[in-house]
Design a protein around this ligand. Structure first.
Ligand code: GUN
Length: 281
């Protein structure tokens, strides 16, 4: 029988610690920690994510500055807002919700956020620091996964870790974090051969490919730690992950559920990064 990794409970515990830190900051510096959140357009999923981020800020006493711009916003207008926020002393973190509408160039827009205010950990300098195992701001989802492993006493050192997915937001930083923690890391993607065999050899399997219930029991080693980053819908429209949870759970030693696993940790680590950015400012 596997242990369920309770991301919701862990997130609540961390948010309490973050609240204390933001109160200390206010006491010591006489001002709030501020996070600016920019949403462009009407993407329904992005609207939900942004709403949840703003709600989470309130919960921990971080002041949020929310900007909802119309879908037809020009790159010049968006960049001008980002530049304004970069210069603002009361804004310690800037988040531009992705994806942006197709006519806007994400790379060019994000390049305006300096590493010290890049609380998503997306910019080249922060990613480069992570690759070199230096102090940095780490992308929220993989950072949250590392916190979960730590809290449940799972040390990646010497373990075979397999990461399914190679996105800049999850797969690549996840692989670097596991490598920095002394795991032997394999990154798999849509062109990987022998995927099943590679997954079945994993002591720690992190799945972030966005395909409902893709990882089946035959792909999982007995006693493996299984981390599911997916947020998908099954054939009945019910929320599920990238892992076939019901069939995999009996084989795993530890497993994250969806919902209630990695999801709550992602926003928590955004708050954590914002407090970190403010403290270092
Ligand atoms: N879109 C999906 N995930 C994220 C995230 O972590 N940060 C931002 N800015 N946009 C996203």
């Amino acid at each position: 029988m596997s242990v369920l990794i309770d991301g919701k409970a862990l997130a609540a515990q961390l948010r309490q610690e973050i609240r204390e830190k933001s109160e200390n900051f206010r006491r010591e510096r006489g001002k709030d920690i501020g996070l600016a959140v920019i949403l462009v357009g009407e993407d329904p999923a992005s609207q939900v994510y942004v709403r949840n981020k703003i709600k989470a800020c309130e919960e921990v006493g971080v002041k949020s500055f929310s900007y909802h711009l119309p879908a037809e916003t020009t790159e010049e207008q968006l960049v001008s807002l980002v530049d304004e926020l970069v210069a603002a002393d009361n804004v310690h973190g800037i988040l531009v919700q992705l994806p942006l509408p197709a006519h806007l160039n994400e790379r060019r827009v994000l390049a305006h956020i300096p590493p010290a205010k890049d609380v998503d950990g997306f910019c080249a300098e922060n990613v480069g620091n992570l690759a070199m195992n230096r102090q940095t701001i780490v992308a929220c989802t993989p950072f949250g996964v590392m916190k979960m492993l730590e809290k449940y006493g799972i040390d990646p050192k010497g373990k075979n870790a397999v990461v399914l997915g190679r996105s800049n937001i999850v797969g690549k930083p996840m692989a670097m974090l596991l490598l920095n923690a002394d795991a032997t890391v394999t990154v798999c993607h849509s062109k990987t051969k022998n995927l099943k065999e590679i997954c079945a050899a994993a002591d720690i399997l992190v799945v972030a490919i966005g395909r409902a219930k893709f990882v089946t029991a035959d792909m999982v080693k007995e006693g493996a730690v299984v981390i599911d980053v997916g947020m998908d819908r099954d054939e009945n429209g019910k929320l599920c992950g990238d892992v076939d949870f019901e069939n995999v759970r009996d084989k795993a030693s530890f497993i994250t559920p969806v919902p209630g696993g990695v999801g709550p940790m992602t926003i928590t680590m955004l708050l954590y990064n914002t407090v970190l950015a403010a403290t270092r400012s």
